[in-house]
Each structure stands twice: as structure tokens, then as C-alpha cells.
Design a protein around this ligand. Sequence first.
Ligand code: NOJ
Length: 567
Amino acid sequence: MSNNEILFETVPNAEWWRSSVIYQIYPRSFADGNGDGMGDLKGITDRIPALAALGIDAIWCSPFFKSPQKDAGYDVSDYKDIDPLFGNLVDFDNLVSACRKFGIKVIVDLVPNHSSDQHELFQAALKAPEGSPERGMYIFRDGKGKNGDLPPNNWPSVFGGNAWTRIANPDGTPGQWYLHIFDSTQPDFDWTNPAVLDMFDDVLRFWLDRGAAGFRIDVAHGMMKRVGLPDTKVIDTTMGGAKTEAEMTLEELEEMNPYWGQPEVHPVIRRWREVVDEYDDRLMAAEAWIMPLSRMAQWVRPDEYHQAFNFGFLECPWDKASLHKVVTESLKEFGAVGAPSTWVLSNHDVIRHATRFAYEPGTLPPQGDGIGPEFAQPDEALGLRRARAASAFMFALPGGAYMYQGEELGLPEHTSLGGAYRQDPTFFRTNGERVGRDGCRVPLPWESKVNESNGFSTTGESWLPQPSSYARYARDLQEGVAGSTLELYKRMLKVRKELSLGAGNFKWAPEYQDESTLAYINNGVLVLSNIGGEPVVIPAGEILVTTQHDLTIEGELEHDQTVWIKL
Ligand code: NOJ
């Protein structure tokens, strides 16, 4: 393929989600409406005007369902109710109507791979005999070895330790083992059981009927397990380990992942698509950590999910060749199945990109492990500069864009959070060796220094402490301030919408590049990023967006800056 070919063309009369900007809310950390230090639905509702001013199309809320909160709500004990920590169903209805006033859609997080161990179905399974329909909702197996005291296979939990836990029978004798790919409080459902499918059809309809614009599907890549539950081939992918996943062959990936990306899941997705299509223009976006992108694209064929998060892009370093490759592949592979690519740089599971980009490629622990006080601390200014440049590179790309709360403020990760505050099960399951994801989940600063939580709550309470730097990033200090990250985001989203960049015609523009710059043209807008090189002269044209605050038309584009120019 020559460099100048159009890689992506607008779909006429396209559905909204093909070009939308979706803002991820992590409810416990967005805004606290009742002063208890925990974010809630009322807090979100009160702050919707601020999100409308930002120019987003939809919000996706991480789980707010009833839950013992062992994994911050990704352990659901009632799929059709709200946890009292966050409010109640009336608060949800109020949120949907507040959003509707601004034309903002509300996407709900569906957690189908596992429930909480406190879900009534799992409690019933514990009490029921082996082989019963109650046990059949989950994955129970006999143990191996003498007396069945070894786990049924060698699968590890994502959060550390073993993926199996042995139960005690009602009479106290040791019983079967159940599978939990995540924490032991998160038993996996058996998606080969039709009763599980029926139950979730009902959950989908419940939220669609209540006005949800669709679903983000948690662990979409994990719902089906390889038939026979064979052992995984253990390959050390940790930092300094044998290989990274990107370096593995397809066969190695398959052998390593008998619980990820199994093709048996496709009929389930198609069934859900039929349910969702009974309603007008709803969306399903899959969290599917499946590599390579060509395989991930199988999850978004026309009768399956509408979108999948582009984790290849999220994991791409701030590096010219890598960016060129991942964007080309994304547009090509998703385009081949008629799906829009998505773009995302941060979420509640990864180190915020304003901090990630402060490190050189290959120097960070794997995704999900986080950074603690013992780790080399980042150069905050460099990270922020690269993050703004990367965001500006991203928001002019065609397809659906996702952003994570606080990135519009340029928020860094909390990298010095002490062990006493840690809540992520990863921390506990690895005895603190992997500190986990709390650093990207810290409550947002709204009004600088009004209280200890910088306006996150009215009382100053906050379930995790903010780092002292958050007072400098508070929203009120950036509002209306030229050059602030907040104003940069507002400008980018406005121009993106006005010039239909989300649904534009994309091609690389090598004629505008030198060795350290990357350039593309989308709907007549030239996007030029200087990725760590010497200053370059900017081409003539109207400057629409610039991350370099003091840029003039005669100026030069410095290292780690991006500019959008109307040609
Ligand atoms: C992915 C979610 O994004 C993450 O936060 C959660 O811990 C796991 N799935 C388990 O539900």
C-alpha cells in the first residue's frame, strides 16, 4: 500500500457511534454529591453541564450496580439495581434526563464474565449439590490429585495467584473448585449454559428500557473458555521476561490464552446484537484484549459488537514508527469488517497517559500493575507535554474516540500512593508486589483548594487522597485560560465536530514529514506531530488547534507538540 492512499472514507449517513467522543466516568471518583467522600450518581448529574461544555457525545459509567465493591463494582451482586454507595434507580433516571437535555447519551457497563460471590445465584450454587442446575451457572470442577486437593488446571488469576478456589461442602468437607479469572470474589459464569444467556438478555433489556444508550462490555474476550479447560502454557511476559505479547506468534498466544478470545463467543454476541437492534441506535463496545488487531476485528463484524476498544493504540509508545503502524493497521483491519476504529489513551485500568509518556518505551511494569513510591518517579512536565501532543494526534483521527475522566485536565497518575491506601485486589493478591490500578482512580479536582479534595466533595472527604499536584490541575484554574489542557480539549472537540473529523477521509501525508514528525490529512485538515525531534517549520494554513500555546503562524513546532492546520 502506498503511503498516500486514502485509508478510511466517510460512511454516508453514518450512525452516531461511528464518530462519537465518549467520556468515561469512574463513578466513585468523578464527583461526590452527598459529601461522604465517595462519588455518586447525584454528583455526576450535578456536573453534566461541565461535560456538555467540553463537547462530548456520550458518557460511559463504570459499574454502579449493587456490589460488595471487592473490585470497585466489577463484582456485581444485583445487575438490576444501584449500589446505595452511588444512589438508587431514581438517581439513574435523573442522570439520564439531565444528560438528555444536553443531547448526551448514557452508556452502562455490563459485567457478564463473572458476578460477585455474593450474587444470589452463586450463593445458591454453593448450597446446591455437585452437578445441580445451580452449580451449572458457574464453572465448578473437581480438583486433581489425591482427594482433589489440587486445582483443576494451572490457570492464573489476572490479579495474581491461582484462578481456582476450593469450596467447603454444606457439611464442612472439602468440595469442588470454582473458576475466577479475576478475584476469588468474582466467580466466572458458564456461558455455555443457556440459562446464563437468558438471564443476561433480561439484564440488557432492563437498562435499554430505562434509557441506556448501550453497553460497554467488560472482559468481552473472556466469557468463553477453551473446551476441556486445558492448561495454559506459561510464558513470562513480565518486564524483563521471556517475551512481550507483541513479540509472540499466534500459536504461542493461543497456547497461552485458553481463556481469552475463544471463537465460541460469537453466537452470544450475535444474540445480544439482535436484542440491542430491537431498540433505536444503541451501542455495544467491547473490552476485548485480543491481539493482533486482525483478530480483534472479528469481534466487530456487522452483526456483532459495534466497536471494540483499540488497546493496540492505547499500548503504543509515543514513537513515530509505532504510531504509523498501529493507525494504519487499525483503519485497515477494522475497516475490512465495516467497523469504525476506536481510539483511546487512558482508562481506569492503565497508568494515565500524562504519566505513561514520561517513561521511555519498555521501562514500565505491565498494564494493570501500576506505579508505587518505590518506582522511579516521572518527569511530570515532559509527560504532560507528550500527553497533550498524543491526544491532539488522536482526536483528529476518524472513528470513535474515548477519553477518561481527568485527561481533559492533563491529570497525572498518583505515583506515590502508600500501601495503606491501596484498594485494588491486585495489591492484596500479590502481597504488594504489583501495586495495582488505584493511581489512575483518584478523585478529580474541581475547584482548587476549596477543601482538601479540591471540590470533589463538599466536605473535603475523598475515598483516596489526591496527590498535592492535583490542586494545580483543578478545573476552575483551567476554565477559560488560554493554553490550558481543558481549553485545548474543548477546542479539539469543537473543531472535530464542526469539520466531521470523526467521519473524515484519512490519508498519511509523508510530503509534510521529516524524520521525527508524523503527518496525516483528514477532511482537509493537516495534523502534524513533532515526536521528540528538533523544531520544524509549520506549513502555511490556518492553525485550528495547537498544543504549543505560544505558536504563531511564523513559528516553529517544537518537540512533542501537535498542530492542526486547515490547508
Ligand atoms: C476489566 C475492568 O476494566 C477492570 O477494572 C476489572 O477489574 C476487570 N475487568 C474485571 O471485571
